[in-house]
Write a protein that binds this ligand. Structure first.
Ligand code: FAD
Ligand code: NAI
Length: 525
């Protein structure tokens, strides 16, 4: 009895201790200390973007050596790997957002965070012009600031290849707003609510005619059209979106809308001969067989030629054209460079010739520029895939580059001072000592080396629905392919630990638990 009492007491003390530490850490985080002010003697780094590359740079950068300005139209970091989960309500949007100011407030020196879209970079005068594009703006909403170093980390936008109807009628899966549109749209498809263009939902969603299904006596063919969801692109985005929508139907809608669930169809359209070309063959086969079991139809060698109000036009493998009725199209057809990136490239026509994005050297310096502009992440055209892994490693690398540059600048300033002082000294002993110090400083300067960027691939992971994930993990000199429920648990723990803050980890873990216990939220916004 005494033993059990002692055990119970120890457990209670440990739990109370754990809670106290948690509260202490979170409260300390909420009230960070005083920061160093802006220093006109220090160089200024302007970072464009608040995504994977920019946030990783900001997180790692020693701001005591620089003034930092961060400009982005979104005042938060978006954890994109979990975005498809927001589209079906498994996670709430705030769980995968991290306000940029939160990170900025924890840096040694004040970081200026500006919510605006960079419109023009003038690399010759070293300035950047940006604009507040939001509806509520003050009298000044457009300005230009100088920089010493510019980090271009604006990511990419959705590639539509100019295919008719895609931009206007398809839903995307790139930004937080896209996931919310998909979520609202699925709900509307299912509960057959009348669609009203005034109610805050982006009008580009393909919803025309949904209200008709709500009416008694609706034609069966029309209901089947409305309940056909077409996902375009068999890359990881298209696969993950298909898997998440399938789970939503299977886990929640079957129970709440039994009369509809059996009529919903998901088709995945891919122009190439196979989905997920970046994964190993066995994982592609595993995904295809899981999708088959889940009744997700995969149409490979099939190209979307047009998105219409009530259908998609497909070019089939035999080159015939088919118009397939559907109620919703989610477009996941890949990336293309943003306008600001294309404009920057146009300023260096001989050095910037790769249409995929900005050409950088192995130190991530923009080709054609004198070392004052760096580019990282999806806006670049390197030999690496446009992934979060690459962007965040590049961001962390740049932080180390800036640290080395600061060290070199400090040593060079010291050298100049010593050399100047040496000319004024007459005492022989002091001169000898000074010369030796000058030599040491020169050696230290030459030892400050900035190594080229080296990417370390940590593996590829993707969620494929039905509580299954696939993983290609580097091992020794090869790869280990893993798939199934255990890989899904690994996928979850990997992303939970990758989230940038304790707040996000708590929110995501909590949402997963709530969804498991109570199911997804079915209320209409
Ligand atoms: P982004 O993260 O896109 O950030 C760009 C930033 O620039 C944004 O903050 C944007 O608001 C800002 N910006 C845009 N225009 C301007 C402007 N004019 N001026 C200033 N700022 C601007 N990769 C993985 O490795 N693993 C995954 O599991 C994974 N899952 C994904 C799931 C989805 C649904 C998507 C869409 C992508 C996924 N990716 C994944 C890819 C990954 O998200 C990108 O490779 C990564 O976001 C690239 O980082 P970035 O910093 O270059 O760009
Ligand atoms: P993607 O470029 O990987 O795939 C787009 C697919 O759409 C291509 O396979 C292309 O053939 C197809 N396509 C384009 N036009 C088409 C048309 N008209 N008809 C039919 N098919 C068409 O794009 P995705 O999936 O958005 O990924 C972008 C980047 O983000 C990739 O580098 C990817 O690795 C990364 N990512 C990684 C994830 C992960 O690791 N889990 C998840 C999501 C994205």
């Amino acid at each position: 009895r005494t033993f059990f009492r002692a055990l119970g007491g120890a457990t209670l003390v440990s739990i109370a201790g754990g809670i106290c530490i948690f509260v202490y850490v979170t409260q300390k985080d909420r009230h960070p200390g005083t920061q160093l002010p802006y220093d006109p003697e220090k160089k200024t780094i302007v970072i464009l973007g608040s995504g994977w590359g920019a946030t990783s740079l900001l997180k790692t950068l020693d701001t005591s050596e620089y003034n930092v300005v961060i400009i982005s139209p979104k005042n938060y970091f978006l954890f994109t790997p979990l975005l498809p989960s927001v589209a079906v309500g498994t996670l709430s949007p705030k769980a995968i957002l991290q306000p940029t100011r939160y990170l900025a407030r924890h840096k040694a020196r004040v970081v200026t965070v500006i919510e605006a879209e960079a419109k023009e970079i003038d690399p010759f005068n070293k300035t950047v012009t940006f604009e507040d594009d939001t509806e509520i703006k003050g009298e000044v909403s457009h300005t230009t600031i100088p920089y010493d170093y510019l980090v271009h980390a604006v990511g990419a936008e959705v590639q539509t290849f100019g295919i008719p109807g895609v931009q206007e009628k398809a839903c995307f899966m790139k930004e937080l707003g896209d996931a919310e549109i998909v979520r609202v749209h699925i709900h509307r498809l299912l509960i057959f609510q009348a669609y009203n263009n005034d109610d805050n939902v982006d009008a580009k969603t393909i919803v025309v005619g949904i209200e008709s299904a709500a009416f008694p006596g609706q034609d069966d063919t029309e209901i089947d059209r409305l309940l056909h969801i077409v996902i375009v692109g068999g890359g990881p985005t298209g696969i993950e979106v298909s898997g998440e929508i399938h789970d939503f139907l299977e886990d929640d809608l079957k129970a709440w809308y039994p009369e509809l669930a059996g009529r919903i169809r998901i088709s995945l359209v891919e122009a190439l001969p196979s989905v997920l070309p970046m994964f190993s063959k066995q994982l592609i086969e595993y995904t295809e067989s899981t999708f088959k079991e889940s009744k997700i139809e995969i149409l490979t060698k099939t190209m979307v030629k047009e998105v219409k109000d009530r259908s998609v036009v497909l070019q089939m493998p035999d080159k015939s054209i088919q118009e397939v009725p559907c109620g919703m199209v989610v477009w996941a057809g890949g990336n293309k460079g943003r306008k600001i990136t294309q404009d920057l490239m146009a300023k260096y026509p001989s050095a910037q010739t790769n249409r995929r994005g900005l050409t950088v050297d192995d130190h991530l310096r923009l080709a054609g520029v004198n070392g004052s502009i760096f580019a990282i992440g999806d806006c670049t055209s390197t030999s690496y895939a446009p992934t979060a892994q690459v962007a965040s490693q590049q961001g962390a690398y740049l932080a180390r580059v800036f640290a080395q540059m600061a060290k070199k600048n400090t040593l060079e300033a010291k050298l100049t001072q010593l050399e100047h002082y040496e000319t004024t000294v007459t005492d022989a002993v002091e001169k000898t000592n000074l010369n030796s110090e000058i030599e040491t400083t020169r050696k230290l300067i030459s030892n400050v080396k900035v190594r080229p960027f080296h990417y370390s691939h940590q593996g590829s992971l993707a969620y494929i629905g039905s509580d299954k994930a696939i993983a290609d993990l580097p091992f020794a000199n090869g790869n280990i392919a893993s798939a199934g429920v255990a890989t899904f648990l690994f996928w979850r723990s990997a992303y939970l630990s990758t989230l940038f803050s304790l707040r996000n980890r708590t929110l995501v873990a909590n949402d997963w638990l709530i969804t498991k216990i109570f199911g997804r939220d079915l209320s209409r916004d």
